[in-house]
Each structure stands twice: as C-alpha cells, then as structure tokens.
Design a protein around this ligand. Structure first.
Ligand code: G1P
Length: 302
C-alpha cells in the first residue's frame, strides 16, 4: 500500500533544560552515550533501516551538530599521520560518511509539531520517518524496520508504542488502541499528549519513532498550540486517526525491546552503563569494576 520510505527527520531544536548546565553551550543531542553523541545513534538507526536521506531540524546554538557530521580536516590530518591512530580516524570519519544530511532551522522553538512542520519542503509528498534523539532504542533489537513493513503493508501512519508504568504515562503521548489480526500491531483510535492519570486511555505511550503520511503537514497547519502552549505532533497525528481523513489510518507497533529516555538523567545513566557493559573495548574492564562497586553498595546497605 505505502510507497517506500527514504527520508528521516530528526528534530533537534529543543532547549535541553533537563540537562542543564551541560546543555548551556552544548546541544543536548551531542551529549555522549559512552563516547557517541545521542543524535549519531539515531542517524545510524535511520541509515540501518534504509533511510539515508536525513533532515535535522536545528535551531539557535545548534551549529555544533552540523560540525559533528562534517569533515574536520585538522583533526583528520593529525590522526592520519600516525598509523597508531587509524581506529580513531575511522571513528571520526564514521559520523561524516553516515548519510546525506540536510539541515533546516526552526527559528522559534514552538514545539515538536512545529519542528516537524519545518520539514515540509524537504519531504514533499512522500511518507517519511521521524526519530527523536531523546529516545534510545536498543540497536540489537531494531524497531524502525518493523514499522516500515507495517507501513508498506497497511499504509497510513505508524507509531511506535511501549507499555510503561501507569505513573509514567503523564510524561508521554498516550494512545487508545484496538487489536488487529496481527499480534504486534494495534489500530490507534485516539491520542492524548501527556495526559493526567484520569485522562489516560491506556498505558501505551509514544516512544519517539513515527512513520508519517505527508497529510501530517496539512494536519499540523490546522493544529492549534496544545500542551505547554506548543504545537504538538501528537495532536496533529490525532487528527489523522479518523479513517475518513487523508493520512489515516494510524497504526501502532508495540515495542518490547530495550529502550531508554536519554533526555532524562536517570534514563541517560542507565543507557551509559548498559552500553558500556556491552562494548567489546571498555566492556570487560567496566563490568568487572561495576560488579565490585555494586557488591560494595549492597554491603553498605545502599
Ligand atoms: C515528545 C512527544 C511525546 C512522546 C515523547 C517521547 O515529548 O511530545 O508525545 O511520548 O516525545 O519521548 P517530549 O519528551 O519531547 O516532551
């Protein structure tokens, strides 16, 4: 049903207030998870799913993101002169060679929906994916390929959902759903951005991966500012839920793999520890240290 998706949009204009003071001068998307900036992981995720045309929506004070994905001649030349630095050079180049990366700026940070709306000219009349750099999905258990398959088979929009504890629903967009004949796929029948416990239709929440029909752009134009006075992507997708409207239906893929909210300090720390443990280079030594540290903490009763 759906045409092949080739474009990914990564909003990166947010202020990163949850990570101050680190984000005072450094874009939050460049805060490293071990030694790779979070935005590089999501660009890798898009590319691995076959989306190598990437649009990053940046804003003021975000120029370092462009530098990160650009050549760095002085550094590269210095590294190239020393054969012992070959692996370092590869790591520097990896970010530059990843994808065809384009940029557009969001002048006023008026919300996620507004940021996605800035992609309209670049995306045109094609379905596209949106990936939020705050949401980290385990690369060993990819989610986007499944969403793209559902889109190809069923058309409309496809949202990534995950079950969270009822107390955490208020931090996310939340979906009302109905079962389909496919166990991992649900039909989204309603959406509420950051609901109070009474308003929450379920404990299935949006986890920052979307495959969207281009009808979302018209929907965004008609979406008034919502929660926090910002134009919410959730509200615009909610307008497509009605099957009669172009752009629908809206499907949900329920993700049961590991994920972290790296825009949250506790989630960030969990991601760093887990990824460090799994790395071939720093992993063995770090795991050994961590076992000792945890044992010490338990003895201390912490
Ligand atoms: C945004 C979306 C929300 C979604 C969340 C996922 O919120 O508005 O619907 O559940 O990302 O991380 P934010 O976390 O940017 O406030």
């Amino acid at each position: 049903v759906g045409r092949a998706v080739t474009k990914a949009v990564i909003p990166a204009a947010g202020l990163g207030t949850r990570f101050l003071p680190a984000t005072k001068a450094v874009p939050k998307e460049l805060i490293p998870v071990v030694d790779v900036p979070s935005i590089q992981y999501v660009v890798q995720e898009a590319v691995q799913a076959g989306l190598d045309d990437v649009l990053i929506v940046t804003g003021r004070h975000k120029g370092a993101i462009e530098d990160h994905f650009d050549r760095q001649y002085e550094l590269e030349e210095t590294l190239a002169r020393d054969p012992a630095k070959a692996a370092d050079l590869d790591r520097v180049r990896a970010a530059e060679l990843l994808a065809q990366i384009h940029y557009v700026r969001q002048g006023d940070p008026r919300g996620l929906g507004d940021a996605v709306g800035r992609a309209r000219r670049h995306v045109g009349d094609e379905a596209f994916a949106v990936l939020l750099a705050d949401d980290f999905v385990d690369p060993a258990d990819p989610l986007l390929p499944t969403m793209l398959r559902v889109h190809a088979a069923r058309g409309g929009c496809v949202l990534a959902l995950a079950e969270v504890a009822p107390d955490d629903v208020r931090l996310y967009g939340c979906a009302a759903v109905a079962a389909t004949d496919d166990e991992g796929v649900v039909r989204v029948t309603g959406l509420v951005e950051k609901p109070s416990p009474e308003e929450a239709p379920s404990n299935l929440v949006l986890i920052g991966r979307y495959v969207l029909d281009p009808a979302i752009f018209a929907a965004l134009e008609h979406t008034p500012p919502g929660r926090g006075g910002e134009v919410q992507l959730t509200d615009a997708v909610a307008r497509l839920v009605d099957a009669e409207e172009a752009g629908g239906p809206v499907w949900g893929v329920v993700y049961r793999g590991r994920r972290y909210d790296v825009g949250d300090r506790a989630g960030y720390l969990r991601a760093v520890v887990q990824l460090a443990c799994e790395r071939d280079d720093v992993g063995p030594e770090f795991r050994q240290w961590l076992r000792g540290f945890v044992a010490e903490q338990s003895v201390a009763g912490g």
